[in-house]
Design a protein around this ligand. Structure first.
Ligand code: 6R9
Length: 593
């Protein structure tokens, strides 16, 4: 085993696992011959006019021999796994599409889903798409604040949730969501729910037919709404269309190397886009079996899932890998993973050490890839047959043009950086099928993401002489914690709701395991003094409103926060001071008292 300093800069794939020939073995040749139209034709056949994600993912496989293949294997906290075949998934999603139709849900209307990773979540998402509704899955660890905000922005008409989540997070804020006409509750214990103002999921499903003619949506019809956070303002609803499915199909093949017969495990929750694009859509398009674990991270359990479910392709995240590394190699080596063929990771920078850890402990290196809620699918990736440069995000997907630019002042043309190793903003040539089509109701914000036909990602990166991309950092103040994107503004707003708080500034504080940890700086109103009980009260307030996934883990009192002359809290300066880094350009700083 190498020690960090001795690791070579390139991990060669000479001895790579070739039990199954990788889909992409010659990058240059695949890139040269790649065409989105050809992929589209392959997936859609001659009937290219209508495109429905759920039809292509489920119904296409449901008839015939493939129908009996397991689409999802749900692993409950304890007890037996529940297998759902493609044919059964087709029937379940037909039933749910009929449920929505009976409730009067029309094409384009919004269906929100707030559930843990239970079978009903998958039924509701895919059934909603069949109906032609726009589906928005929300993370079940969100608190009432983020839930009501997103359903409000998205004009949710239907919410599918569980009785427990409804009681804890929705009931009290229901009045804040006037568009919400129907709440459908999944029972927590199998007995029908009977909560006033709601429907019982099981009863509606039992009364619905299992036959449904999938809505003949078109490629540009809106399918999914995924919320993402910016530096300022409310969360942004990234609009995705049915035609995005072409990217999911292509990336399932080239980036995740899915083959017929694979057992795939994407550990992301569908409340985040990875869990929808790759936890639901891409594996179904390829007709493979997906493992879904209802539980949260647990090192021992995860190794046992890899072994017992004979997972062949695993898609996870750097935070999880770092937690496995922390749990020690002995735990991993108690088991064997002879079925495992390809491991990849997304969401945050993957440390080179983690790439090598995979090779040492699992026998396979971890393949980093990069994308965003806005890109809808994987855009830059390390491929099964290609050498890895640990620390690099890899090469652009065939069919995707990437570049590094300097934006320059507003209105000035982009300057394309051609020299290798020079830092700039990562941009993508607009037009790949899963590109977001808007931020819901925020045209100006959307327009600002594009210049000269390029999508500006807001990430800083560099490209080396071989064309590999290296992540440098984000150009904004958005926080990535355990792979989840968190907007500092949303956290600050909730802290400011508290009567003691005058100002709040929220930063991501580097953390060896979760990447960044949410830390808040708070100054108090006159008449309030910093104290430990008040600090605990603020932590509790934030956690109750925001939920565990978003709430700050640390709060520090300050007599005043550094602000710009226009009155904006300077998060960058708070962060620089926290980390003892140079304070940078302070020309806009309001003189501090
Ligand atoms: C899929 C997803 C997007 C942001 C992105 C970047 C960070 C994602 C990364 C990565 C370094 C990688 N990010 N993958 N940073 N290396 N391989 O995560 O979407 O939640 O919208 O986050 O995550 O900063 O801009 P999303």
């Amino acid at each position: 085993m190498f020690r960090a300093a001795e690791r070579p800069p390139v991990l060669h794939k000479a001895g790579a696992d070739r039990r199954v020939a990788p889909h992409l073995s010659d990058y240059a040749a695949t890139r040269a011959s790649f065409s989105w139209d050809a992929i589209r034709r392959e997936l859609l056949g001659p009937s290219a006019g209508t495109v429905n994600i759920a039809h292509l993912a489920v119904d296409r496989h449901a008839a015939g021999a493939q129908g009996e293949r397991t689409a999802f294997r749900f692993l409950p906290a304890s007890g037996a796994a529940r297998d759902v075949s493609y044919a059964e998934l087709a029937r379940l999603t037909n039933r749910f599409a009929n449920v929505l139709a009976a409730l009067g849900v029309m094409k384009g209307e919004r269906v929100f889903v707030l559930c843990g990773r239970i079978p009903e979540l998958y039924t509701a998402v895919l059934g909603g798409l069949k109906r032609g509704a726009v589906v928005s899955p929300l993370f079940s660890a969100f608190g009432p604040g983020p839930i009501a905000m997103r359903i409000g922005i998205g004009a949710g008409k239907v919410l599918v949730t569980t009785e427990a989540l409804y009681r804890r997070k929705v009931e009290k804020v229901r009045a804040e969501m006037p568009t919400l006409e129907h709440v459908i509750l999944v029972s927590d214990d199998g007995t029908p729910t009977a909560v006033s103002g709601t429907h019982d999921f099981g009863a509606l499903m039992a009364a619905a037919s299992d036959r449904f003619n999938c809505e003949p949506t078109r490629g540009e019809d809106m399918a999914l709404l995924h919320f993402t956070s910016g530096t300022t303002g409310r969360p942004k609803g990234a609009v995705h269309v049915h035609g995005a499915v072409v990217t999911h199909y292509a990336t399932g093949r080239y980036a995740l190397d899915l083959h017929a017969g694979d057992v795939f495990w994407c550990t992301a929750d569908p409340g985040w886009i990875t869990g929808t694009s790759y936890g639901i859509v891409a594996p179904l398009l390829h007709g493979v079996t997906s493992v879904v674990d209802v539980g949260d991270f647990d090192a021992e359990r995860w190794y046992s899932i890899l072994e017992q479910q004979q997972v062949t392709v695993w898609y996870t995240a750097p935070t999880a890998i770092r937690m496995l590394m922390k749990a020690g190699p002995e735990l991993a080596r108690k088991r064997a993973y002879p079925a495992l063929r390809f491991v990849s990771s997304v969401g945050e920078p993957l440390n080179p050490e983690a790439v090598w850890w995979g090779k040492d402990v699992l026998g396979l290196p971890i393949h980093d890839n990069w994308w965003q809620t806005e890109t809808g699918g994987i855009m830059v990736s390390n491929y099964a047959a290609l050498d890895i440069k640990p620390g690099s995000m890899g090469l652009p997907l065939p069919g995707v043009d990437a570049a590094i630019v300097e934006r320059g002042p507003a209105g000035a043309p982009l300057r394309f950086v051609t020299e290798p190793g020079v830092e700039g903003e990562l941009v993508l040539k607009a037009g790949w099928p899963s590109m977001f089509r808007g931020y819901l109701n925020e045209e100006e914000r959307y327009r600002k993401c594009f210049r000269e036909g390029w999508y500006l990602t807001g990430d800083l990166a560099k490209r080396d002489a071989d064309g590999y991309y290296w992540f440098v950092g984000r150009a904004d103040d958005v926080i990535k914690s355990a792979g989840h994107l968190i907007g500092p503004f949303e956290v600050e707003s909730v802290l400011m709701e508290h009567p003691a708080v005058a100002e709040a500034g929220v930063i991501g504080k580097p953390d060896p395991v979760v990447g960044e940890m949410v830390k808040a700086f708070v100054s108090l109103k006159k008449g309030f003094e910093p104290s430990e009980p008040l600090r605990m009260e603020l932590l509790g307030h934030a956690r109750k409103r925001l939920g565990a996934a978003v709430a700050p883990k640390e709060i520090e009192f300050k007599p005043a926060l550094p602000k710009t002359r226009s009155g904006k809290v300077m998060r960058r300066l708070l962060k620089a001071r926290e980390l003892g880094l140079p304070e940078g350009d302070l020309s806009t700083l309001e003189p501090e008292s």
